[in-house]
Design a protein around this ligand. Structure first.
Ligand SMILES: Nc1nc2c(c(=O)[nH]1)N[C@H]1C(S)=C(S)[C@@H](COP(=O)(O)O)O[C@H]1N2
Ligand SMILES: [Mo]
Length: 222
């Protein structure tokens, strides 16, 4: 392993430990009652799982770094189209969050690394009339959400999970992570972030899933 790679891995591990520590501290301050944390973190109708189920349309495209692109376009002042190299050269962020899937499983404390939504939006500069985002993926999947929900501190385009490259079945090389909405909004194998004025339902939203998908108010269907 070359020195630069080793340094990067070391740095990543350090950041992961740091965010774990931060979570532990915040958790303690929040409740002060051991055992209650997990209940408070579980949205209505969800059960906690320790594994990580795979759910998708079944195509699971293999995208090499050479053929990978991420386009950010639509109602933005500065559209761009990143290669894998350009994406990797962006400031990196680590984030710890919970997954809530509409199929009623939740998985706590996922450690993500990637490029934050805030950073992407700060470069693209959405126009005042941009109010919604549509994610497009290499498998043809789409999903929509309000721009305000993507513009969250914990939202990112993740290339790593638990310190390792995101596995292909979970959306590697890179996927969306928007922890505050049900996980179908977190597009795997993302290749385009399109900003639009009026809402446009995506794949599941056209097939009976809720347009918004807030787990805390159980916006599952309809
Ligand atoms: N590109 C793409 N992204 C997708 C999907 C898909 O079929 N294609 N399925 C969605 C659904 S319904 C869920 S529940 C989550 C599952 O992510 P996971 O397989 O990593 O758990 O991915 C979401 N993102
Ligand atoms: Mo899903």
């Amino acid at each position: 392993m070359d020195a630069e790679k080793e340094k990067r891995l070391f740095e990543l591990r350090r950041k992961l430990v740091e965010s774990k520590e931060r979570w532990a501290k915040e958790g303690r301050l929040l409740t002060g009652h051991a055992g209650e944390t997990s209940r408070d973190r579980l949205p209505p109708g969800q059960r906690q799982v320790k594994d990580w189920p795979v759910l998708d349309l079944g195509k699971r495209p293999g995208v090499s770094p050479e053929s990978w692109r991420l386009k950010v376009d639509g109602l933005v002042a500065h559209p761009f189209d990143w290669s894998w190299r350009e994406f990797s050269d962006q400031p990196q962020t680590v984030s710890t969050s919970d997954i809530h899937c509409v199929t009623a499983w939740s998985r706590f404390d996922n450690h993500w690394e990637g490029v934050s939504a805030k950073h992407i939006l700060s470069l693209a500069k959405p126009l005042p009339e941009a109010h919604f985002v549509v994610f497009h993926s290499f498998d043809g999947y789409t999903t929509n959400l309000p721009l305000a929900d993507f513009d969250a501190d914990d939202a990112l385009i993740a290339h790593s999970w638990e310190g390792k490259p995101l596995p292909r079945e979970h959306g590697g090389p890179a996927r969306v992570v928007v922890p505050k909405l049900y996980f179908w909004k977190s597009a795997k194998w993302v290749n385009r972030i399109e900003l639009i004025a009026a809402d446009r339902p995506g794949f599941w939203e056209r097939r009976g899933y809720h347009d918004h998908g807030d787990p805390w108010t159980e916006e599952r269907y309809g």
